[in-house]
Design a protein around this ligand. Structure first.
Ligand code: ATP
Ligand code: MG
Length: 293
């Protein structure tokens, strides 16, 4: 088992049925003895990721979809920025999903994300995703009401149906060579308060503060219930959730990097093989280059 797989093992959930959020500690920092050690490993992770991504792109067969979900101030943006710092921007696409537009609402709930799925050879990152449809839409029933779904279809089974549809969609993607990995950055309510206060106090962080975030905080327990059920219902072997401790950013970033490295390693990527035909072509090209001035 690689160092990356070892490091992420405690946070990988592939059998939702046994999952309980209370078994996971947002303040966990694993077996690491120091921040410096973590930084060293992070750099190693970023370097491996760059190498693996180069192969992913060259091979042009697999696609990788990485989904980030979290409460506000859990560090999604920072994790994406740091962890992807080493990869070739041409091979990576990041999309953020905010409140749906009128056009989005005129379609089925997977429409807006399906259009932006990663191509083969690429890593696609979703900062929020269709999972909002079983999180914010569950915590705020009025959101569901505004979705313009025909009334007879909105029954008490709607969440179960959405989970089925999500699982079906992820299975479909897996069977097509688009691998899905889902990251929940698990922040404590206490650490969120500390980060919000910091946003209020530090001028360079003021821009990040939003009163809406405070309102969502009021629904903390409902969100935790929704997150737990989401993971119970959608963590599978082919499309696992990683429940990543988010109270220490340095640890969050390391686990995110390691999980991406693990995902790419599992694909057994390799540069395309040069066959006899191509070999001849290369030899001829070399001879021609060398023969002329
Ligand atoms: P940041 O605050 O770091 O810029 P963010 O992802 O929090 O990033 P915001 O614009 O603050 O961006 O918030 C986006 C909001 O959109 C969130 O409150 C989220 O719940 C909401 N949202 C996302 N998808 C949906 C959806 N399908 N239905 C309803 N609301 C959604
Ligand atoms: Mg926000």
């Amino acid at each position: 088992m690689s160092w990356a797989s070892k490091l992420v093992k405690p946070y990988r959930v592939e059998d939702g049925k046994k999952f309980r959020l209370k078994d996971f500690d947002p303040g966990d920092t694993g077996q690491l003895h120091s921040k410096e050690h973590a930084e060293e490993l992070l750099q190693r992770g970023i370097a491996s990721m760059a190498e693996l991504q180069d192969k992913l792109y060259a091979q042009d067969r697999w696609g990788v979809l990485i989904i980030f979900q979290a409460m506000d101030a859990a560090g999604k943006d920072g994790a994406i920025k740091h962890v992807m710092s080493g990869v070739n921007p041409q091979g990576c696409q990041v999309y953020s999903f905010k409140v749906p537009s009128a056009e989005d609402l005129d379609h089925d709930f997977l429409w807006r994300t399906n259009r932006l799925l990663p191509e083969r050879g690429r890593i696609g990152i979703f900062n929020r995703s269709y999972y909002e449809e079983v999180l914010v839409a569950r915590v705020h029933p009025e959101i569901l009401q505004n979705e313009r779904i025909p009334a007879p279809l909105v029954t008490k089974d709607i969440w179960k149906e959405r989970f089925d549809d999500i699982n079906g969609c992820e299975k479909y993607l897996t069977r097509n060579g688009i691998v899905t990995r889902k990251f929940f950055l698990h922040l404590s309510k206490k650490e969120q308060k500390r980060r919000f206060l910091e946003r209020l106090e530090k001028p360079e962080k003021n821009w990040k503060f939003s009163a809406a975030d405070l309102r969502e905080r009021e629904h903390w327990d409902d969100y935790m219930k929704a997150y737990e059920d989401m993971i119970v219902q959608t963590a599978t072997e082919h499309s696992p959730w990683y429940v990543i401790p988010a109270d220490n950013k340095w640890f969050t970033r390391l686990v995110v990097a390691a999980a991406i490295v693990e995902t790419l390693e599992d694909l057994k990527l390799a540069y395309p093989k040069v066959g006899p035909e191509k070999r001849k072509e290369l030899e001829a090209a070399r001879a021609s280059l060398e023969a002329k001035k």
